[in-house]
Ligand binder design. Structure first.
Ligand code: NAP
Length: 270
C-alpha cells in the first residue's frame, strides 16, 4: 500500500518553495488526497504573486501560506530574519503539537560549465540549495523536537513523518559517484551539482545530530520533472513525481534515516 496514507497521521507538513513546480504540486497533492495532513504550511517568498497557491488555499482551509525569503533578492531564502519570523508564525499555528514534517524543497539551478562558471555563481547556488536548508532546519528544530517528543501517532516512538522528519529535495546530479564515465559528459553544471553534493552532506550531518531527538532526516531525488527547472523535455509530470515522492516519504522508517533515495524508493550512491 502507498506510504502516502501515513500523511493522514501527520499533524503538520511544511513545504518550502511552494509557489510553483514540485513544491506547489506537493501542496496540491497533499490537500486533495484522502490522506491530507492536519495542517499544510506552504512557504513562498512572495505570497501576493502566487495565484495558484492562493486559489488552492481558498479551496482547502488546512493550507496556510507563510512568507519565507525575500522577494527583492534572488538569493534570500536564507535571510535569518525571515526564517525566524516564519518559525514564530508556524509555532503559533502548530502550538504544543510541534511540526511533524519539514520538506526543504526550494532550490535553484545556476547553469554554468567549467568555462563560464564564476565564484558568484557557485556561491549563489550553494547559498540557496545547501546553506538555506541547513539554516531553516536549525531554526525549526525546536518545533520538530516538540513533535518528536510526543512520540508520533499512537505514541509508538518509531521514526517517520507521523513523528518528526526533515526531507531534503536533492538531485541525482549531486551524486559524486555517478558523475563519472559516460554520465559525466552531460549536464556539466558546476554550481548546481556541487550545491546538491553539499546538501547531501548537510543531510547526512543533520541525520547524525537530529537522531537523539528522534527526528528522521534524509535526502530524496524527485526524478527529472517537467517544471520551470526541469524543462519541457523531462519524462515525468509533477503529478507523477509527487505521487511517487509522497508514497516514499510517507513510508519512511528508522531504516531510511540518513539515506539518499530515488523517487522510486531505491537507494542512490552518494
Ligand atoms: P522550480 O519549478 O524552479 O521551483 C523552484 C521553487 O523554489 C519555487 O517555488 C521558487 O520560488 C523557490 N525558490 C527558488 N529560490 C528561492 C529563494 N532564494 N528563496 C525562496 N524560494 C526560492 O523547481 P522544481 O523543479 O520545482 O524543483 C524543486 C526542487 O527539486 C529543487 O530543490 C530542485 O533542485 C529539485 N529537483 C528538481 C528536478 C527537476 O527535474 N525539476 C530534478 C532534481 C531535483 P519563486 O517562485 O519565488 O522563484
Amino acid at each position: 500500500m502507498s506510504g502516502a496514507v501515513n500523511f493522514k497521521k501527520c499533524g503538520s507538513v511544511l513545504v518550502t518553495g511552494a509557489s510553483r513546480g514540485l513544491g506547489l504540486q506537493i501542496v496540491d497533492s497533499l490537500a486533495r488526497g484522502c490522506f491530507s495532513p492536519g495542517k499544510i504550511v506552504a512557504t513562498t517568498r512572495n505570497p501576493a504573486s502566487t495565484q495558484k497557491l492562493q486559489e488552492l488555499a481558498e479551496k482547502h482551509p488546512n493550507i496556510h501560506i507563510i512568507t519565507l525569503g525575500k522577494a527583492e533578492k534572488n538569493h534570500d531564502v536564507v535571510s535569518q530574519e525571515s526564517i525566524e519570523k516564519s518559525v514564530e508564525e508556524v509555532g503559533q499555528l502548530v502550538q504544543e503539537e510541534g511540526l511533524n514534517c519539514l520538506i526543504n524543497n526550494a532550490g535553484i539551478n545556476v547553469v554554468a560549465d567549467f568555462q563560464t562558471v564564476t565564484a558568484e555563481m557557485m556561491i549563489e547556488n550553494f547559498h540557496t540549495n545547501a546553506v538555506a536548508p541547513l539554516m531553516i532546519t536549525k531554526a525549526f528544530q525546536p518545533l520538530l523536537k516538540r513533535a518528536a517528543s510526543r512520540g508520533g501517532a499512537g505514541g509508538t516512538g518509531s521514526m517517520g513523518i507521523q513523528r518528526a522528519a526533515v526531507i531534503n529535495m536533492t538531485s541525482l546530479l549531486g551524486s559524486v559517484e555517478l558523475n563519472w564515465g559516460e554520465r559525466a559528459n552531460n549536464l556539466k553544471w558546476y554550481p548546481y551539482r556541487t550545491s546538491k553534493s553539499a546538501l547531501n552532506m548537510v543531510s547526512r550531518c543533520m541525520a547524525v545530530d537530529l537522531e537523539p531527538d528522534g527526528i528522521l532526516c534524509m535526502a530524496i531525488h524527485p526524478g527529472w520533472v517537467r517544471t520551470d527547472m526541469g524543462g519541457s523535455e523531462a519524462p515525468l509530470s509533477p503529478e507523477e513525481s509527487v505521487s511517487s515522492l509522497l508514497s516514499v516519504i510517507g513510508g519512511l522508517t528508522e531504516k531510511d534515516h540518513g539515506s539518499f533515495l530515488n523517487f522510486t524508493g531505491e537507494s542512490l550512491p552518494w
